[in-house]
Design a protein around this ligand. Structure first.
Ligand SMILES: [Zn+2]
Length: 121
């Protein structure tokens, strides 16, 4: 992280306009050749996911990952702009949360099935 790229990471873009503002700044930095858009497909475990863009700072060599937000219903979320390491960690956290939700959903279904069996048998 440095002044040529970004000094802060963004864990979520709360609004479309907030993202647009950030995107303009990012465009400026890529056009000024401070940040390079890189293609790390195949090297990065996150590359299987769509909507990810990778950047490398030419001053400090930091690798950045951006997830483009999707605010539509059932969209992939509010996106982020993180260093590569933190993006991987962040994804793991989101996956843990998803697994927990799935587990609770299944548990709830089992309870419903047991309750209806008790009522109707
Ligand atoms: Zn930098």
């Amino acid at each position: 992280m440095c002044n040529d790229c970004f000094n802060n990471e963004i864990y979520s873009f709360e609004t479309q306009s907030g993202f647009d503002e950030f995107n303009k700044l990012l465009d400026k930095k890529t056009l000024a050749k401070k940040l390079l858009i890189i293609d790390v497909h195949e090297q990065n475990s996150l590359s299987i996911l769509d909507s990810l863009l990778y950047f490398q700072c030419l001053s400090c060599s930091e690798n950045w990952v951006m997830l483009i937000p999707d605010y539509s219903w059932r969209g992939s979320g509010k996106g982020y702009f993180l260093t590569n390491d933190n993006a991987i960690k962040h994804h793991d956290e989101l996956h843990k949360y998803d697994r927990k939700k799935t587990f609770l959903g299944i548990l709830f279904l089992i309870i419903i099935v047991i309750l209806s069996l008790m009522l109707f048998v």
